[in-house]
Design a protein around this ligand. Structure first.
Ligand code: GLU
Length: 312
């Protein structure tokens, strides 16, 4: 694949606990891709929700042990609320934001709008009049809640092109920008921060592939450069579901593998192991040198906790 001389990639884990081996593999892929393409590599701490004290530091330490150090100090989302508020102001001045008074239950119980995918916001609060809004605001205030803020996107279909998956199409519904508890929503913060950091290619797990059309649409509305996308295969548990911490010993700390063992496993799991006849990877440098994204095994990997890798 082509090499370029500028551009920025990133890894943006949520500090909700120690990273499991699947998250670590995705982060290493993001780093290897950035290095192979001459991009800078940044780290973002997505700490607006579900924070475990010390987890952000520990995630960075694990990557440092693996030989990965970001090119700048991490961006911390909890320090960025003025930027998110400003983005909402910008969207609001273009008439693209409305207040939503629905509870989760209201949304589940509302009949879904025609042509909208399951789970899409049914549009209940999209076109309320001023009097109705005032009444609803007062009702919520009585419950100690704020209205959520939503983007007027109206279920349009958006397609992005993914470097590994090809075209990915999703219907973009009226996504939440700020939640009813005042917390800025994931899609907004990712787009604002990727834009501010100049991220021009997002590499992350393919469970987020269907969020990319949404995020592209939002970037367009904010006048930001849309990044390219590369969604990498996930690591699954024995039942075929996304690996999670409840699946046993799956974090770097629990596995107790050396960095060389981690890279041997990562290479093997991505299809660059024994069957290629090449020696196992032992370091991040080996990974950067030998990983070929065009030959990446796109099948998800099933992680079996007993499979201890053996680098020579
Ligand atoms: N913070 C998100 C996560 O840990 C990833 C966000 C992103 O890469 O866009 O799942």
């Amino acid at each position: 694949m082509s090499t370029q001389t500028c551009g920025v990639g990133r890894f943006a884990p949520s500090p909700s606990g120690d990273l499991h081996i699947g998250n670590i593999r995705s982060g290493l892929l993001a780093y290897a891709r950035a290095r192979q393409t001459g991009r800078r590599f940044l780290w973002r701490i997505e700490d607006l929700d579900r924070v475990q004290p010390g987890a952000a530091e520990s995630q960075l330490e694990v990557f440092a042990e693996l030989g990965v150090v970001p090119d700048e100090p991490p961006l911390v989302q909890s320090e960025r609320t003025p930027a998110y508020a400003e983005a909402i102001r910008q969207l609001a001045s273009a008439g693209l934001v409305y207040e939503c008074y629905c509870s989760r239950r209201d949304i589940q119980q509302a009949p879904s709008a025609p042509h909208s995918p399951p789970g899409a916001y049914p549009g209940t609060c999209r076109s309320l009049g001023a009097a109705e809004r005032a009444a609803q605001r007062q009702r919520l205030a009585g419950l100690g809640r704020l209205p959520a803020l939503r983007l007027r996107a109206e279920n349009r279909q958006v397609t992005i092109t993914d470097a590994l998956l090809g075209p990915v199409t999703a219907v973009v519904d009226d996504m939440v920008l700020r939640r009813g508890d005042g917390v800025f929503a994931y899609n907004l913060t990712v787009v604002v921060d990727d834009g501010a950091s100049g991220i021009d290619e997002v590499v992350r797990g393919d469970d987020l592939a269907t969020s990319a059309p949404r995020q592209t649409h939002l970037a367009q509305q904010l006048g930001l450069v849309e990044p390219g996308w590369m969604h990498v295969p996930l690591v699954l548990n024995a039942a075929g579901r996304r690996l999670a911490k409840r699946d046993g010993a799956v974090t770097y700390q629990q596995l107790g593998w050396t960095p060389a063992e981690v890279f041997a496993w990562v290479g093997e799991s991505l299809g660059f192991g024994a069957r290629t006849g090449k020696p196992p990877w032992r370091s991040v440098e080996d990974m950067i040198e030998n990983l070929d994204f065009e030959r990446l095994d796109l099948e998800p990997t099933v992680f079996r906790p007993t499979a201890r890798p053996s680098p020579r």
